[in-house]
Design a protein around this ligand. Structure first.
Ligand code: SAM
Ligand code: SF4
Ligand code: F3S
Length: 443
């Protein structure tokens, strides 16, 4: 049996980051990463339970893998792993179900199934790590310039539609010392884009030298680290967005001029049924404060605002849906991640009547997407002829692809400018499209 593993990651950046930590754990067992799934003896599905579609993809892929490669061992972890119905359905196809934070469970399984793979050195390392949260495991970063750094995990909010509090448990925050240490190491390795992760980063509640600190203070501390790097963070919850935090993130020099602030719905009754704990007015006031904050603290700099909206939440009438459209007209988002409501077992909304038809959900999403196209294009046009910094991320077919501090994708001709991946490059924006920008390198 080969000692190779392959991780299939579904879902959000948090899962992606979890997989990076899982890679380290597996490599401590002398397992090596396989380039292709069929070359592996062990395949781990790090799953997402946010929508039925994400769930169905996992069932399909596990079924095919088991059929075509009966000897491959399969582990299922992530946000579906806690569900008894999922475990029942896949019991003959999956060798181990485990919660991503349960390092003991996977370690015991590896001890049994890969006994020869252990060496005393790596065993000592794993057992040393056992007693600290899985977030302390040093990740095997996938990218060389952009790194996800979880600052907290879990969620206390129990939005009616969402599986996250059930899948990931309650909020826990890492200590500032541990976060700062991870980021310092990344900066030394020339990482340029540090993306802080948490289901609700605004309610970060960690410690520094034994004293409680909030997210604004953590941002300030990261900003104080020396080095040339950007700070980004996702996701924020409108109910926990304080004036102090707005002032902090709109003014710190390394924090990028982009905020992702999910609204989910523009109608108060729908927000209440969703258990979001804020009103449309509260949200719009926050947006106003954020816009004023950026204009005052970073005058002349373009900033961007993105959000998540669910269409077709149970009982959402056409009138209530129009309130989401209205908010979009007012805020003029740069990007919106739409989700057609998908009932999730175990959540409060599972027991509500999913009474908006699939066809109507598709129609509502399309309608909002047309509004988004207009605001995104209008916002993108503001960049034309401006000279801005781009972080070059990859190259393909004679072009570089990079991103701005406002999370816009930019396409640039490589020309004579070789080997720029991972660098900040001054760029003149020459063209605005609906979903991206084009530019030319000027330095
Ligand atoms: N913590 C973030 C917040 O408060 O907005 C969101 C995290 S959630 C993992 C990502 C997004 O998935 C949500 O913002 C929501 O729009 C969408 N989502 C979650 N559950 C959903 C469901 N049952 N149906 C459709 N979309 C869903
Ligand atoms: Fe889910 Fe709500 Fe928590 Fe976000 S805040 S992860 S939507 S329960
Ligand atoms: Fe992320 Fe999906 Fe879990 S969006 S937190 S992987 S349910």
């Amino acid at each position: 049996m080969s000692n190779k593993y392959y991780i299939k990651t579904f879902g959000c950046a948090m899962n992606f980051s979890d997989s990076e930590r899982l890679s380290t754990l597996l490599e401590n067992y002398q397992l090596k990463s396989a380039q292709k799934i069929e070359r592996a003896s062990l395949v781990i599905f790090n799953t997402c339970g946010i929508r039925q579609m994400a769930e169905d993809r996992v069932y399909g892929q596990i079924h095919n893998l088991r059929k075509n490669y009966p000897n491959i061992k399969i582990i299922l972890t992530g946000c579906l792993s806690h569900r008894p119905d999922v475990q029942f359905r896949l019991k003959n196809k999956v060798d181990l179900f485990y919660k991503i934070s349960d390092k003991n469970k996977i370690k015991n399984w590896l001890n049994k199934n890969y006994p020869k793979a252990q060496n005393p050195k790596s065993r000592t390392k794993v057992s040393h790590q056992e007693n600290i949260a899985y977030l302390s495991v040093a990740p095997k970063y996938t990218d060389k310039h952009q790194a996800f750094v979880p600052i907290m995990t879990g969620c206390n909010n129990f939005c009616a539609y969402c599986v996250v509090p059930y899948a990931r448990g309650r909020e826990v925050s890492r200590s500032a010392e541990e976060i700062l240490m991870e980021i310092k190491n990344l900066i030394q390795k020339n990482y340029k884009d540090i993306i802080l992760l948490g289901q609700n980063v605004n309610s970060y509640c960690g410690t520094f030298k034994g004293k409680r600190i909030d997210f604004a203070t953590l941002l300030q501390m990261i900003n104080n680290l020396s080095g040339n790097f950007w700070i980004n963070f996702i996701s924020s919850h409108p109910k926990d967005m304080s004036d102090k935090l707005i002032k902090t993130f709109t003014s710190l020099e390394k924090v990028c001029e982009h905020i992702h602030l999910p609204i989910q719905a523009g109608d108060n009754k729908t927000l209440k049924r969703m258990n979001r704990k804020y009103t449309r007015m509260h949200y719009l006031k926050l947006i106003k404060k954020i816009k004023i904050g950026f204009e005052k603290n970073k005058p002349g700099k373009i900033f961007s605002i993105t959000t998540d909206i669910i269409v077709g939440f149970p009982g959402e009438t056409k009138e209530q849906f129009r309130k989401s459209a209205e908010v979009m007209h007012r805020v003029k988002y740069d990007m919106v991640y739409f989700g057609q409501f998908s009932p999730r077992p175990g959540t409060t909304a599972w027991n509500m009547k999913d009474n908006v038809s699939k066809q109507e959900k598709v129609r509502r999403e399309k309608y909002l997407n047309e509004i988004l196209k207009k605001s995104s294009y209008a916002n993108n046009k503001k960049y034309v002829d401006k000279i801005i910094d781009i972080l070059i991320e990859k190259e393909k077919n004679g072009f570089y692809y990079g991103k701005t501090r406002t999370a816009k994708n930019v396409k640039l001709l490589i020309g004579k400018n070789k080997n720029l991946i991972g660098n900040f490059i001054k760029t003149k924006i020459t063209k605005a499209n609906i979903w991206n920008l084009e530019g030319e390198i000027i330095s």
